[in-house]
Design a protein around this ligand. Sequence first.
Ligand SMILES: Nc1ncnc2c1ncn2[C@@H]1O[C@H](COP(=O)(O)OP(=O)(O)O)[C@@H](O)[C@H]1O
Ligand SMILES: [Mg+2]
Length: 246
Amino acid sequence: MNIKKRWYIKADYEEAIKMLAVTGLTFAFKRKPILDDVSFTLTDGQITGLVAPNGTGKTTLLRLLCGLLPVGQAHVLVNGIDQRQKHTQFLKQLFFLESSSNLYPDLTVQDHLLYVKRVWQSPVDIGETVASLGMQSYAKTRIKRLSLGMKQHALLAMYIVSNAQTMLIDEPLNGLDPSSIQQFEAMFRQLREEGKTLLVSSHQMDSVGRVCDQVFFLKNQKLDALPNDGQDMMAEYTTRFLTEAS
Ligand SMILES: Nc1ncnc2c1ncn2[C@@H]1O[C@H](COP(=O)(O)OP(=O)(O)O)[C@@H](O)[C@H]1O
Ligand SMILES: [Mg+2]
């Protein structure tokens, strides 16, 4: 085989593994089962919504994916890197910060962004990110002086600055005003255009319908994947969770 041919194969392979792949994920808290032998693949340049009623296991799934909870015998790979085998390298491929309550109260927004930029060795410009989210007036303010919506913006800015391939985002739209929701949706679309892989939990079904390429409904410890063909996502939610199952 000549070298050129080998290069092509390597390029194809790298293209193929640029994604999040999960096989055989089962998890329970004591007697409460959360996931039962769940497998899925998220390709790059795709936004997947994660939808289920409160207390079903959305946050637990996101924690499992980045190794904050033990995955047991399951395989979780990002860009072909196994969570259990090359943990540090694996973590650099993704970004997850559960909620704005995890931000440091005495540090400023900019401090958080500088920290993320350094640790994730990211080329993303902090000033541009701050401007694109309209955060200039509070970039140098400590987290403890910010409103919930401002903290949500700071959190999203951290995701953008991380430049991570896979972004696990837990209920980013909670508590946002309609114009901020639009702004966040635009950011998600931009990240998708850059080829990022987004898994976003949300209860905002109209938003899910506008931005997601597919939706994972978490029900009975399984993920029910639904491609977004423009259907009414609230009706899909109602069918699964509000109508009594026979
Ligand atoms: N650390 C924990 N220990 C025991 N049970 C937990 C823990 N974290 C979450 N749970 C339970 O697991 C279930 C799923 O929680 P969670 O993943 O936070 O749901 P969601 O994010 O969908 O609202 C809930 O019943 C919750 O009480
Ligand atoms: Mg949750």
